[in-house]
Design a protein around this ligand. Structure first.
Ligand code: 3PY
Ligand code: MG
Length: 250
């Protein structure tokens, strides 16, 4: 596989509020990942978010809960730039994700050109099919010890565009405590193998984003979630006032 071009900086959208997408666009993100795996976002709201993101110049990805037709076809026909598929532990599961996402002959995605992805029926069927297979990005999440060991086989499945390392599920499924050197080693080996095989790679990041991009081979990062940004911003505001009030005293 050759590395594909990918928007670099993204954020999760977990709140069922289309305004989150608009606020993230104003902050300068390149893409959003609308989280249908963990966020309480219904499909109508997701479709509105996808249209809004496109209008704001953000690439709208959707993290699906699974690869059933209902999980995959609605976001794709609503115009998602790509999908994140969680818990892809081996090449066989990656091939399932490809089958669900791509049109024949690579996959079995059903054709619905009258949606946003086909510009509401304006595009010729061939253009709709071509953009579904060539422009839509399929990102598979490697988030277990087995997935990291098989990361090259997973990343090289035809129809997969990128692999995303999920540190939280890796820690939970591998029972690694925070700071456990074994998980850092597994990740470092997987990163190097992706670089060697030119596999497009992403993960989550916060304070270490520059290092991940400059030195560890990452092509794209999800920097945080709307929920976390709201929580942290709210916490900082309240605690600054409470700390100042304590310092001044009664
Ligand atoms: C994980 O870390 O498990 C993810 O899915 C992304 O945050
Ligand atoms: Mg996860």
């Amino acid at each position: 596989m050759t590395a594909v071009s990918f928007p670099q900086l993204g954020a999760w959208v977990k709140l069922p509020a289309p305004e989150s997408v608009e606020l993230l666009a104003l902050a300068g993100f390149d893409f959003v990942v609308i989280d249908a795996e963990h966020g309480a976002i219904d499909i109508r709201t997701m479709s509105i978010m996808i249209g809004l993101a496109r209008g704001c110049g953000l690439a709208p990805f959707v993290r699906v809960a699974g690869t059933a037709p209902r999980d995959v076809q609605v976001p794709l026909d609503a115009g998602a730039a790509g999908l994140f598929v969680p818990q892809v532990d081996d090449a066989a599961r990656a091939r399932d994700a490809v089958r669900a996402t791509r049109f024949p002959p690579l996959g079995r995605r059903g054709a619905g050109p009258s949606g946003r992805a086909g510009r509401w029926g304006l595009d010729a069927l061939g253009d709709y099919l071509r953009s579904g297979n060539d422009e839509v990005r399929l990102v598979v999440q490697a988030e277990s010890v087995g997935a990291l060991s098989a990361i090259v086989e997973i990343g090289e499945v035809a129809g997969v565009d990128a692999v995303f390392i999920g540190p939280t599920d890796l820690a939970v499924s591998g029972r690694f405590r925070e700071g456990d050197g074994r998980s850092a080693n597994l990740v470092a080996v997987a990163e190097q193998r992706c670089v060697d095989h030119r596999i497009t790679l992403g993960t989550t990041a916060s304070g270490n984003a520059s290092e991940l991009l400059a030195h560890r081979g990452y092509d794209f990062l999800v920097l945080g979630a709307d929920t976390t940004m709201l929580r942290q911003g709210a916490h900082a505001l309240v605690s600054a006032v409470r700390t100042a009030a304590t310092a001044v005293g009664p």
